[in-house]
Design a protein around this ligand. Structure first.
Ligand code: NAG
Ligand code: NAG
Length: 347
């Protein structure tokens, strides 16, 4: 307990110092005192919120135990991967394993399967997504899966998207949690009804994907000065589906609460970082729903899971950047998952 509080304070301190120096550099001496006070009050408050929410994430993590059998800590399915894109589904699926899932499946187009298998012997790869039976082929696995991550490396081929639509429908019918990213979000922007009101869905749009969804669902441009309000409104308009807007700070809402994750990352953004987020979120969503609302102190389990995945991704980015600087890539970030996880959640 003592070391946990210590680590939290150290991280919090670093954030305050970074923010204050940024403020001072920007505004110069006359505004110093005022800004400093305003900043430290506001930041101290949001850092306390962050630390409280991290504590809730720690509550949902299942203890490692020798009495459990394989598969109990999570069997995750990634739906994505086509001829053009094979990296994204690999990154999402391997991230799920590294975070603590026992098994990670990839349901991809047939051309992508040998490539993804060759990246890793640790994944189970099903070359079914472009088959006429795709929906049935995935559905028969659903009773054995705890969560689906839909979209990494999916592409926009009509036939594939039709199959994914069917997969989302059967997943909903079986109450399987779904994390939707990348071209999965493109599909949702075409047909918001697919996930409208589904409380076990989490959407993880970047800025472009967010604007497209906002446009499609609220039929008007968003107010770029009010990102909290925009995320809240999109979530509500989708029937309180959890939305995670990725950005300089990640903004999360379930239509009721808005959380901000500003865990220190780095200014390096590489393609693939979103796959680390969606893959780890698949596992955390399963753990959070398993733990239930008592463990999350009344907050939405999905929101707590999303906060955990955002913090973890940013911490991985931070650690990888310390070692590799500009040359940091997603593989370097994934190599940090173990250390980042224990720093945030097990210290
Ligand atoms: C749990 O909820 C109570 C009441 O809302 C709040 O006072 C407390 O700070 C929360 N604890 C954590 C760890 O978030
Ligand atoms: C979403 O949450 C808001 C705030 O609690 C509530 O007013 C609204 O009725 C909810 N919408 C749905 C569809 O449940």
């Amino acid at each position: 307990m003592v070391t946990r509080a210590g680590a939290g304070t150290a991280v919090a301190g670093a954030v305050v110092v970074a923010l204050l120096s940024a403020a001072l550099a920007l505004y110069g001496p006359p505004l110093d005192a005022v800004l400093e006070r305003a900043f430290s009050l506001r930041k101290a408050h949001s850092i306390k919120d962050m630390e409280n929410t991290l504590q809730l994430v720690r509550n949902i993590i299942p203890p490692l135990s020798s009495t459990k059998h394989k598969g109990q800590d999570g069997r995750i399915g990634v739906v994505g991967g086509c001829q053009e894109y094979t990296g994204a589904p690999y990154f999402a699926a391997i991230s799920a394993l590294k975070v603590g899932a026992d098994l990670s499946h990839v349901f991809c187009a047939s051309a992508a399967a040998p490539v993804i298998k060759a990246y890793s012997p640790e994944l189970i790869v099903h070359p079914v997504l472009d088959s006429p039976n795709a929906v049935h082929e995935v559905e028969k696995w659903l009773p054995r899966l705890h969560a689906l991550v839909v979209g990494p490396g999916l592409g926009r081929d009509d036939a594939l998207l039709r199959n994914v639509q069917g997969i989302l429908e059967v997943s909903k019918a079986r109450d399987i949690p779904v994390v939707i990213d990348a071209d999965g979000l493109w599909l949702v922007a075409q047909q918001p009804a697919l996930i409208h009101g589904y409380r076990k869905a989490v959407l993880t749009p970047n800025h472009v994907e967010f604007s497209r969804l906002y446009d499609a669902v609220l039929r008007g441009p968003m107010d770029s000065d009010d990102s909290h309000g925009s995320v809240l409104r999109l979530s509500q308009a989708l029937g309180n589906v959890t939305v995670v807007q990725k950005g300089e700070r990640d903004i999360l809402s379930n239509g009721q609460q808005v959380l901000v994750c500003s865990q220190e990352g780095s200014s390096r953004r590489c393609g693939g970082q979103g796959d680390l987020l969606s893959g780890s979120l698949g596992v955390l969503v399963h753990w959070a729903l398993l733990a239930g609302p008592q463990k999350t102190n009344g907050s939405s389990p999905l929101l707590v899971a999303a906060f955990g995945a955002c913090s973890l991704t940013r911490q991985c980015n931070h650690q990888a950047f310390q070692k590799h600087g500009r040359s940091t890539t997603t593989s370097d970030m994934i190599a940090e998952v173990g250390a980042a996880f224990s720093k945030l959640f097990e210290t």
